[in-house]
Write a protein that binds this ligand. Sequence first.
Ligand SMILES: [Zn+2]
Length: 154
Amino acid sequence: MYNHEPDGYDCPFCRLAAGLGDALTTQHDIVLRGEHALAFVASRWWPNNPGHVLVVPTAHHENLYDLPPTSGHAVHDLVREVAIAIRSTYNCAGTSTRQHNEPAGHQDAWHYHVHVFPRYPNDNLYTTRHLPNPATPAQREPYINRLTNYFDNT
Ligand SMILES: [Zn+2]
């Protein structure tokens, strides 16, 4: 419904769900996986909120309008777990989620996804743009470690 996905879209999140990866994200970035959803440390970073996490359904659904309840519930369950894990391990003061639908909503990956951000006082998340270059694997690694250690021990 109200879809904008181009024909032949090579979906990066379906690749991830299928056990593959691409130049931006690999299986190593996945920090939590359920039957219907998975969570990974994103490679697109905002300047004051490094290590934020994306949660996606394992099945391909473009946007919130298309999302069946099983996928929606699974995603939100992981969003909650990830938010608590970020709050517990990033030394942040809060968390925020963001989710975008259609180009006017600034959606630019055509597979439903929810951002979970660590928040800090005066971090200007909503008035800054993401950094021009993706975070490197070495930059992502400490956040992957924090989250995987947290989930291994809870
Ligand atoms: Zn997909």
